[in-house]
Every structure is written in C-alpha cells, then in structure tokens.
Design a binder for this molecule. Sequence first.
Ligand code: EPU
Length: 425
Amino acid sequence: MESFSIIGGKPVQGSIAVRGSKNATLPLLAASLLADGPCEFSNVPLLRDVQTQVKILNTLGVETVWQGRRVRTQVIDSYNNTAPYELVKQMRAGVCVLGPLLAKRGECKVSLPGGCVIGERPIDLHLRGLEALGAEISMEHGYIHAKAPKGGLVGNEIYLGGKFGSSVTATENVMSAAVLARGTTTIECAACEPEVVDVAQFLNAMGARIEGAGSPRITIRGVKRLRGCAWSVIPDRIEAATFVVLAAACRGQLTIKGCRPDHMLAFLDVLRQMQVPVSRSASSLTIDARSLRPAACDVVTLPYPAFPTDCQAQIMALAAIAKGTSVITERIYPERFMAGAEMKRMGADIRVANGQAVVNGVSALQGAEVMASDLRASAALVIAAAAAKGESLISRIYHIDRGYERIDERLAKVGLAIRRCPGAG
Ligand code: EPU
C-alpha cells in the first residue's frame, strides 16, 4: 500500500485548479442509464470512485468511452440489471443506480452497500421513496430487489426526511426514478445540496420536467422518455474548501481557480470567524494567510446550505493549531471523528465525546506516522502534516485517491513537500 511523506512547515504558494465534483459525477453517471441516446460528461474528475461507478455501469450494459476528463456513456444492452456486491461494497454511491435502473428497466437488483467507517449509513429513505412510487422492494441475499408495477412507476407525494434531516443520494435516487413515472411527484424535505441541483438540471436537459431542485420541495412531472445530452459537471466545493484550509494551515498564499464560492458560503463564514483572509470572485478564491495564526471557532455540521460534514475533518485540522478552543459538533455522522485520534499523535489536543470534538489549539503540530481511515480524514491528515514541524508519513492513502485527483502532484506544484512512497504503509 502506498503512503505519503510530507515535510511540513513550508507555506504553499501559487494557484491550483479545482476538478469536477465527485458527489455530482457519481449520481450523474447513474442517471445516464435513463437516456435513450448517448450522454457526454465533461469536467469529470479522474478518481477511483468514478472508475468504480463506470465499472458498475459497464456491468449494466453501458459502453463508456474516455477522452481526457470527458466520458461518453451509451446503453448498448439492458440484459443485466444487477449491480454486484464486489463493486457496490467499494463505494456506497453505487446505490445511485437503483432509482434510474428501476424506472428505466422496471426491475433490478442492487447490492446493499454494507458497513461504513464514518458511521451508520442506512438506505431506508431511498427505499421508502421508491416504494411510494409503487415499487415492490424485497431484500434477497444481501441485495435490494426492486420491481416497478405493471405500467411503470406512479407519481406520488413523498416525505423524504430522516432523523438527521434530508438525504443527498436518496433525493437523487427518488428524483431520478420519478422522472419517468406516470403523473406528478412531490418530494418534501428534499436535500438542497448543489449536487442535487446539478443532477436535476442534467435530467431537465435530457427532457425531464423537474422544478424546485435546491429547495426542500421538488416537483417532478413524469415524461415518457429521456434523450442523451452533453453535461459539464459542477466544480467540487469540498475539494476547493480542502485547498483553502490547507493554505490557511501552512500560512500560505493560494488562489483556487475554477470553483463556485457561492456553493461555499457557510464554509467561508467559518473561515471569516477564524480570521483567515479570503477574497472571492465568481469562480475563484484567494487566500493570504502569511504569518497568520487562525482564531478558534465553533462549528456545527448540518445539511446544505449549512456547514458540510465533508469539510469537518479538514476544519478540525485548522482548529488544532488555532488560538483558543473550538467545539466541533457533527450532526450528520456523529461518529465521524477518526481524524482526531490520528492528529493527537501529531500533538493535537482533541477530546471527542457524544458527536462533539473539543479542540484546544496548540502552537504547532509535530510530524508523525499516521493512518488514513476514510476520504475526508485523509485530507485532514494531509493538512495537518503540511502545517506540522518535520516529516509525517500517512499510510492507507488509497482513501484520498477515491476523492482527490492526483493530489500529491497538484499540491507539489504549489510548493508542498509531498512524495508518494510506493509499497510502504
Ligand atoms: N440517512 C438515513 N437514511 C437514509 C439515508 C441517509 O437515515 O436512507 C441519514 C444518514 O445516516 C446521515 C444523513 O441521513 O446521517 C445524511 O446522509 P446522506 O444520505 O445525505 O448521505 P449520502 O447521500 O449517503 C452524501 C455524500 C457524502 C456526504 C453526505 C452528507 C455522495 C455520493 N456522498 O452521502 O459524501 O458526506 O451526502 O452530505 O453524494 C464524501 O464525499 O466523503 C462523502 C461521504
């Protein structure tokens, strides 16, 4: 297994471009199953999770042709309707094919995604939503078996709220199924994330009739068929935020290009409270954190437009070296604090209990050997290592390759002393 060696303490400098959003790409690719013709996606990030989704599509009879960051998808046969365990277990977003497959092919089997290190991640809302459209759902040998009624799915009113609020992929799944249902569907308590809006706009470009995406009520008037179309994926707001925090943590000067600051308002507000100077244009962010020690800040993660859980570990790395005490409350995944334990090995003062981390900022972290446990925790460890004195060795970096395209090469270009060590870790 590969690892990263990072020698910290040197500020990053220059500019870095953001790639397309992972969490938009995965449901977009799944939604292409609904098209009668080819779809062509551009600004697709070259990531392990995207490759996994493409492999799932391939097993479902979709031909995919790559050209740089573009991928063309076309359904060439619809014989196999089973998304297998070997692939879905690698990435929970494999479950995004459930809604499109059910709507388009009338019946499908999708492996249950299984356990997840960031906490319990049920799929009851996905199933409840599809059942409301008339689907018959049963669990068979670790697979979800979904069957549409004769004549296809039927529009309905669906309340999609769970105990932690809305669900991003459940909203995408149910919306992608309802586009071909007879009649009108209303989703109440829909997730409002920009990735949901991207999927809705893509479906509309294919001929769907969706209104209200980006608000808690989405209305979908069913249509008979959808055509293929070209689509450019929105920029990854989590990757952009990760780079902002990295620059702040190592007291750098960095411009993040090709991002959507309007998708990052809660995050930017936390940076403002931490007294990190960030200026913005419509598509870039510039941070100048030279000789700055950030201030502590209390942060609560909640569904969009509030502060995202996917930035929580990264902000914890910054809080670890801030002046004062920060309290970070995780309301989406109360157990998602694995990065904290590793950062303690680097000298951080973090106590985690009951879905909260109390972080007493220290004046400096020390390089150490640490282990990545999941995607965002590994991004946080890269940030902590970039800020720390001396060398850190981060093992299990396959987690970071799931969601950040060649992060080592890109960060090396802005001056981070990072090296990928083959075979170690
Ligand atoms: N939930 C339920 N029932 C469900 C679905 C979700 O109770 O049927 C709960 C979850 O347990 C959680 C909350 O609802 O507490 C939100 O989960 P959600 O379903 O929104 O998460 P998701 O759709 O599985 C997406 C992202 C995650 C991100 C979350 C929250 C994709 C492919 N994944 O997951 O991204 O953390 O939304 O914003 O869009 C990541 O990129 O690192 C990542 C984990």
